[in-house]
Design a protein around this ligand. Structure first.
Ligand SMILES: Nc1ncnc2c1ncn2[C@@H]1O[C@H](COP(=O)(O)OP(=O)(O)OP(=O)(O)O)[C@@H](O)[C@H]1O
Ligand SMILES: [Mg+2]
Length: 246
């Protein structure tokens, strides 16, 4: 199996080196899998995701997406990625439709493809009635769903979502999980962070656990459960990240 994402010896500090958010991270995600990235608050998940997507610069280490170095060839690497951030800051004055067209233009999606995909996803997420309204009138969940659609229009090889289920109603959450599974069917990869361990347990092929900027586990659920027989993911997670709150 080919590698979709390769993170090698990446470190990131904030506040002039005072805060070590990511500490010598090494991680590999294969093509076609759903990878769950979990860890306590402040562990370094969003920082890692922002480095993968080319939003946050980093000095130490390398990140390759589809074999393309994000620092050396940022545009090529970014064209493989669809990104759903944890904040929902979108262009409030645009209508939903204008936003989706903007995203489709950015990623060179043909008129034919964008119409088909917009129709399908807007219907799926119950947004058809709102698509001509300005985004500022949307609820938190509606914005989240619009961003999800915008990130999928170019059928990204690597779909990255940071805490994607926060704020979604059960129906939308269900549809999003289905979409994540569907997206990997033809070899695409999904990388998402989450706190909802039940969701992670049901969705993922592989898992990475980060704590205080360090990767403390990488592998599948079977391997994780071998660490602590007969325990749920929640129990194993709490065990191996404990000592974090001292
Ligand atoms: N812009 C910033 N300036 C200074 N420190 C930051 C900044 N962003 C994050 N940090 C710090 O870096 C560390 C990792 O933060 P990060 O947001 O990556 O964690 P996270 O795993 O996404 O947490 P959460 O589950 O709460 O979203 C934390 O100690 C945080 O306080
Ligand atoms: Mg975060």
């Amino acid at each position: 199996m080919d590698t979709m994402l390769k993170i090698t010896n990446v470190s990131k500090t904030y506040s002039k080196g005072l805060i070590k958010a990511v500490d010598n991270l090494n991680l590999e995600v294969k093509c076609g899998e759903i990878f769950g990235f979990i860890g306590p608050n402040g562990a370094g998940k969003s920082t890692t995701i922002k480095m993968i997507t080319g939003i946050l610069p980093f000095e130490i280490g390398t990140i390759e997406v589809c074999g393309i170095d994000i620092k050396k060839h940022p545009l090529e690497a970014k064209s493989c990625i669809g990104y759903v951030p944890d904040t929902h800051s979108v262009y409030e004055k645009l209508t939903g439709k204008e936003y989706l067209n903007f995203m489709a233009d950015m990623y060179n999606v043909s008129l034919h493809d964008r119409k088909d995909r917009c129709d399908e996803y807007l219907k799926l997420f119950n947004l058809l009635d709102a698509v001509n309204n300005q985004i500022r009138t949307y609820s938190h969940g509606m914005k989240q769903k619009l961003i999800v659609i915008g990130a999928l229009l170019h059928n990204p090889k690597l779909w990255i979502l940071d805490e994607p289920l926060t704020g979604l109603d059960p129906q939308s959450s269900f549809e999003l999980k289905k979409l994540m599974q569907f997206h990997t069917k033809d070899g695409n990869t999904v990388f998402f962070s989450s706190h909802v361990l039940e969701v992670v347990e049901k969705l993922v092929n592989s898992i990475g656990i980060i704590n205080k900027g360090k990767l403390i586990f990488e592998g599948d659920l079977e391997k994780l459960k071998k660490l602590d027989k007969n325990q749920s993911l929640e129990e194993v997670f709490l065990n191996i990240t404990k000592g974090d709150n001292e």
